[in-house]
Write a protein that binds this ligand. Structure first.
Ligand code: ATP
Ligand code: MG
Length: 556
């Protein structure tokens, strides 16, 4: 079997390769374990790429396991969205979709085993009392008065907990480890709590639910996971992870490895905070294109390959940091630059009337989808007497550095002709109605003047052929660089994070653009047709401008 990866090395790949070479494992088996309590975000994508990516690199397997042990926050909607988003990102769990809730009976059996081994007991302390008994980092904990119950009594009480004899929170099953351990999670952690909450899969059949630390490692063991990756905040829990696996004595012995969370500037990667944005209606749902959720990025026009490339370059380290958003945008742009056909879209139209162009004439011009690529395909673009250009491409008065349309100066309409502005038509209030031009009939492609050096080259759309469209422009959702560090993060929402333009004019070749198809509108940025836009209702989202706003377009 191939055990040397061509991908950049990181500490987890190194461990995996060593384990395969030494024969400790014959196959890598990982899992991605989301809790179905929200939509996946860009941070999760780091874990997904690590879990699925590393398994794929070494011909191993990666399971998708819903970590659904906390029913009050979980739902089927979340579970379904998670599956959709992982598929979209390009990964496949084949027939290995699992739910921790499928293991409830097995996990309960493991708990009974621990009780029988004298390693777990039923405790009657309340949550507050337990906290007080636990001690602090500098002060050892105190044994619970219920710690030395007999195995028989514990077995009886555990069964009656399960049977619903006791009130919520009145009893807990706890591991019997060490109340003076320097590692807080080892101070007799809870294994089961009583909680009468309806579960979206098991209904009301359970009134006790296993705690994360117990359910997670043993679910890994049940599935034969070899390398269990998670983020650094679980570092301390690793000792407990190993303890449960060892004491229960499962045949498989998974090992946990931690890497740093992904944090990105100007956005938030916490499910709880993203939920607050949705519930507070600060955004238009989980898939709002300003959201860092996978479905939001998808709707925005980000390609899944770009996310995977970004993660690959990021690697898996142990150093916590905040990655500047321009670094992510860079990979998104590079992908779009390569893969999106270039077309004409006018966002803020200004009508140009070409006075010396014949009234009803229409010329079909063959235009490349990417002039820098001689292999690129072409489409036909109609040209006629009236065309739209961007308002910002015209000024009545301008200095010499403005290479666009100004009365008396000549500019080129890309792929078409050179035009000179002759006059400006205004209404009684002085608003510009249209701009009159004359064109040079010799300046068309192959014409005598077509090679003339002209600095200003504008994009345009023939007025009578244009598609009317709504275009949505986006900016960062937050005005501060690190909103995740603030409790009142909703006070820093960027009021200009969404601009809706209702009067845009697109070239007619976009008539059949599929929802989610991605395009470059020349000079205006990268766009994708909105996922919900169909028929004659044309809505395009701007994914990104052509260059970033951080003063550079270079690799950061
Ligand atoms: P949150 O803290 O936002 O609620 P979570 O970690 O509780 O997220 P889970 O659904 O439990 O969300 O996460 C599933 C997996 O994704 C876990 O292994 C977790 O470590 C990983 N993960 C979550 N957020 C990030 C992140 N920002 N960067 C890298 N991995 C992450
Ligand atoms: Mg979690």
């Amino acid at each position: 079997m191939e055990i040397e990866s061509t991908k950049p090395m990181n500490f987890i790949r190194k461990i995996v390769e060593e384990d395969l070479k030494s024969g400790k494992h014959t196959e890598v088996h990982t899992r991605f374990p989301p809790e179905p309590s929200g939509y996946l975000h860009i941070g999760h994508a780091k874990a997904i790429c690590a879990d699925f990516g590393i398994a794929a690199d070494y011909n191993g397997k990666c399971n998708l396991r819903m970590d659904d042990t906390n029913p009050s926050k979980e739902s089927m909607e979340y579970s379904d969205s998670i599956q959709n988003d992982i598929k979209w990102l390009g990964f496949d769990w084949e027939d290995r979709l699992f739910f921790a809730s499928d293991y409830f009976e097995t996990l309960y059996g493991f708990a009974v085993d621990l009780v029988k081994k004298g390693l777990a007991y039923v405790c009657d302390l309340s949550f507050e009392e337990m906290r007080a008994y636990r001690g602090t980092l500098t002060e050892t904990g105190k044994d619970s008065p219920f710690r030395n119950r007999s195995v028989e009594e514990n077995l009886d009480l555990l069964k009656r907990m399960r049977d619903g004899e006791f009130e919520d929170g009145s009893k807990t099953l706890r591991a019997k480890i060490d109340m003076s351990s320097p590692i807080m999670v080892m101070r007799d952690p809870a294994i089961y709590r009583i909680k009468r909450v309806h579960h979206h899969r098991t209904g009301d059949s359970w009134c006790i639910y296993p705690m994360y630390d117990f359910a997670h490692c043993l679910s890994d063991a049940i599935e034969g996971v070899t390398h269990s990756m998670c983020t650094l905040e679980f570092q301390d829990n690793r000792v407990l992870y190993d303890w449960f696996v060892e004491k229960v004595g499962t045949p498989a012995v998974p090992k946990q490895y931690e890497f740093a969370r992904l944090n990105i500037s100007h956005t938030i990667t916490s499910k709880r905070k993203l939920l607050a944005l949705v519930e507070g209606k600060f955004v238009d749902g989980w898939d709002d294109p300003r959201m860092p959720t996978l479905c939001g990025l998808r709707r925005r026009g980000v390609a899944p390959e770009a996310i995977r490339t970004f993660m690959e370059k990021l690697g898996l380290g142990k150093q916590e940091s905040v990655i500047h958003i321009s670094q992510f945008d860079y990979d998104v742009r590079e992908n779009l630059k390569k893969n999106s056909p270039r077309v004409f879209g006018v966002l803020n139209p200004l009508k140009i009337v070409i006075d010396n162009y014949p009234e009803n004439k229409v010329e079909m011009i063959e235009a490349s989808y990417n002039s820098n690529d001689p292999e690129a395909k072409t489409r036909m673009v109609p040209f006629s007497k009236e065309v739209y250009i961007e308002q910002e491409d015209f000024k009545e008065e301008a200095n010499k550095k403005f290479f666009r349309l100004v009365p008396g100066r000549e500019v080129r309409l890309r792929f078409a002709y050179n035009v000179v502005c002759t006059s400006v038509e205004k209404d009684e209030n002085g608003n510009i109605l249209c701009v009159h031009c004359d064109y040079d009939p010799q300046s068309g492609d192959g014409g005598a003047n077509s090679g003339k050096k002209i600095k200003g080259i504008l994009h345009w759309v023939s007025a009578k052929h244009a598609i009317d469209a709504e275009v949505r422009l986006y900016d960062n959702l937050f005005t501060v660089e690190n909103p995740g560090a603030l409790d009142n993060f909703t006070e820093y929402i960027n009021p200009e994070s969404l601009t809706i333009l209702k009067n845009c004019k697109l070239e007619p070749s976009l008539k059949d653009a599929e929802p989610e198809s991605r395009w470059q509108f020349e000079r205006m940025g990268y766009f994708c047709r909105d996922i919900e836009s169909n028929g004659n209702n044309y809505v395009f989202n701007r994914t990104l401008t052509l260059k970033d706003n951080y003063g550079n377009n270079e690799k950061v």
